[in-house]
Design a protein around this ligand. Structure first.
Ligand code: ATR
Length: 278
């Protein structure tokens, strides 16, 4: 049993009521015997600075930062991790010794889910990423570290994709194209949906040429039922169509590790979460 005053954590977003982070962190805490409380904190963009500083000043130990604050919060941080700097975004804050430390665990969470949970081999793989926003920016660095053969970023708005490709070109083989210019070669081993279309209830003309029988499709978003992208990919005969539940739990586990120095068992929590969700 844990005793004493619980350390305070929370997730800040706008809106935030849909966030599963409180459930996940409470499950981690119960599993590892950590004495924490974890709150949902709805904070409008113009109140972000005040809310973050106040949380730290009043003894809060750590925050998860979610949409739409991940980029904006960077300027409030005293020390930024390399991953956060690369991603241009922070999803985890730690308040320690009067300082604010900023991390980004999204990339690590994504890679753990792909490589450990899904057993994907990324070395020499051909990868297509749909979308060129913050979600894409956060995963390109970690994906390049796995030494793929190629990464193509396809986006509705081409200049955003080419801007990202230029930004990462010195780190590895990244190029850009429009959705309609995606071809059936190279044969893609992995197609990642990093657009926010599904979340907004929209279904863009995803490029059917990208899907081969051996292609694994990964939707960074997730839902109680198949997302439009994962449904689309399965219908087109992808080898596997995965939603981002695993990424969600793995990024949370990495935040929990930063804060508490303890690694939770993610498989157990993932199972509990998706059973509860369905
Ligand atoms: P995030 O930070 O969550 O990635 P974002 O920066 O707003 O959010 O980026 C959203 C991405 O989803 C963008 O690549 C966007 O395409 P555009 O750059 O053309 O706007 C993509 N997106 C959102 N809705 C879309 C839709 N209906 N069709 C195609 N792409 C869409």
């Amino acid at each position: 049993m844990t005793e004493g005053v619980a350390d305070r954590y929370g997730v800040m977003g706008y809106p935030v009521s849909h966030s599963r982070s409180p459930v996940i962190h409470r499950l981690f805490a119960a599993q590892t015997g950590q004495n924490i409380q974890y709150e949902l904190l709805q904070v409008a963009p113009d109140k972000l600075e005040q809310a973050v500083l106040q949380f730290g000043r009043t003894g809060g130990k750590g925050l998860n930062i979610t949409v739409p604050h991940k980029s904006e919060v960077v300027r409030l941080v005293d020390e930024l991790s390399e991953q956060a700097s690369n991603a241009g975004a922070v999803n985890t804050l730690q308040f320690l010794d009067g300082k604010i430390f900023g991390y980004n665990t999204d990339g690590i969470g994504f890679m753990r889910d792909l490589q450990s949970n899904q057993g994907m081999q990324l070395k020499n793989a051909n990868i297509l990423i749909l979308g060129a926003g913050g979600a894409t920016r956060g995963i390109i660095g970690p994906l390049l570290e796995a030494e793929p053969h190629s990464i193509v970023i396809a986006n509705r708005t081409f200049p955003k994709a080419s801007g990202l490709a230029d930004h990462f070109a010195s780190q590895g083989p990244v190029t850009a194209c429009r959705f309609q210019d995606v071809r059936s070669l190279p044969v893609y081993d992995l197609v990642i949906n990093a657009t926010s279309a599904g979340v907004k209830g929209e279904t863009p003309p995803y490029p059917a040429a990208a899907i081969h029988p051996q292609t694994v499709c990964y939707d960074m978003s997730y839902g109680l039922t198949p997302t439009p992208f994962s449904h689309w990919a399965a219908e087109r005969g992808a080898a596997k169509s995965v939603m981002g539940w695993g990424m969600l739990v793995e990024q949370a586990a990495e935040s929990f590790y930063i804060w508490r120095g303890v690694r939770p068992d993610t498989a157990a929590v993932l199972k509990q979460l998706t059973i509860n969700a369905s």
